[in-house]
Design a protein around this ligand. Structure first.
Ligand code: NCN
Ligand code: DMD
Length: 334
């Protein structure tokens, strides 16, 4: 998938695959034949049916799980919206590469292949209070980079991000896409105090005043950043390859929300792995009509909540594929 303009996305939509309803129905029949009262595995059953629909088979397996973490830097950091200095983005990328971050440990436990992609860290996006964070060309480059990173052989894709300052970008995107009071979308991020949160709100109000009346893709360019655009590209490429996606926290979900505003069905193949402790995430999930797999009070980013949810999806498929039916086990049904 190679986008040459931000409006290309509209022409892709009619050809994107949809869930295979026959495979999903066959998986539902299997669930009802397994040695348990129907429905007793609750949302594990829903996850198995979700995977069946998107993988197009009644007995989906996860042989290959890919985790992609995109990192970017943000011009809005010039406004003092971030408690940690911007160089932490590159320092954490080095930490990911050495295996020292939370995401490395969680990917090992969940058996996911982690790939970290740093997007022009030495060239932060522009300050969105002064102009568009990204040109159309920069937005397209990041979208195409995200799309190209998707392993077409993967059975599931976990997405995450790293970028000092990007909780402000995410809140700005959410406010621009869904409206409401900016204060409802803003939270502490990595640990802003009350004064820091007030600064984030002021900055977002200035950004919203500058960038009015834009469509969803232009909103992405206006507020940034590269990692958000790359997440959009990866979500689209995964869809084209019928690979279900697990989104991470507030920042990752706000990026994908751009696609939802383009067309809500663009996120049909996406689960949200967890609801972050960042307060705007709950409101964002309500706007997208998504229920998180987990609520673990996490607010790290990096894809950490999404890869934890991968373990739950693996558990759902272990039951779905490994359990005996009533007939096979000689267990009497109701
Ligand atoms: O995804 C979340 O829910 C989340 C919530 C709070 C913080 N983060 C991470 O923290 C960074 C952004 O926070 P900040 O304070 O620098 O804007 C960025 O690297 C994110 O991955 C992520
Ligand atoms: C240390 C650190 C690790 C992170 N991982 C994702 N965002 C982060 C922000 C900070 C500050």
């Amino acid at each position: 998938m190679q986008l040459t303009s931000l409006t290309d996305i509209l022409s892709l939509i009619p050809d994107l695959p949809r869930a295979d309803e026959a495979a999903r129905a066959a998986a539902a029949r299997r669930q009802d034949s397994l040695t348990k009262p129907p429905g007793s595995l609750g949302r594990l059953e829903d996850l198995a049916l979700f995977m069946a629909g998107w993988r197009g088979t009644a007995r989906p397996q996860i042989d290959r799980a890919q985790a992609l973490v995109f990192a970017g830097n943000h011009g809005i950091c010039a406004q003092g919206v971030n408690p940690y200095p911007q160089e932490v983005t590159a320092q954490m990328v080095a930490n990911f590469d050495r295996g020292g971050a939370a995401i490395n440990q969680l990917c090992r436990v969940a058996n996911a292949d982690l790939r970290v992609i740093a997007l022009d860290l030495e060239r932060p996006t522009a300050d969105f209070t002064a102009g568009a964070a990204m040109t159309e060309g920069e937005t397209l480059d990041a979208l195409n980079c995200g799309a190209a990173a998707v392993d077409s052989e993967a059975d599931v894709l976990v997405l995450g991000e790293m970028g000092i300052g990007n909780s402000t970008v995410a809140a700005a995107l959410a406010a621009a896409l869904f409206g409401g009071d900016p204060a409802d979308w803003v939270g502490p991020g990595t640990g802003s105090d009350t004064a820091g949160i007030a600064r984030k709100i002021t900055v977002i109000e200035a950004g919203l005043a500058r960038h009015r009346g834009l469509d969803a893709m232009a909103t992405l360019a206006a507020f940034g950043g590269r990692e958000q655009a790359a997440i959009c590209g990866a979500v689209l490429a995964a869809r084209a390859a019928q690979i279900p996606v697990i989104l991470d926290g507030f920042i990752c979900t706000a990026a994908a929300a751009v696609l939802y505003v383009v067309d809500p069905q663009l996120l049909d193949h996406c689960l949200v792995g967890h609801v972050s402790a960042e307060p705007g995430h709950r409101k964002l999930l309500a706007a997208l009509g998504k229920s998180p797999v987990l609520a673990f009070d996490m607010r790290l980013g990096e894809g950490s909540g999404a890869v934890l949810a991968l373990g739950i999806v693996r558990a759902a498929l272990a039951c779905h594929n490994g359990m005996a039916t009533f007939g096979e086990a000689g267990v009497s049904s109701a």
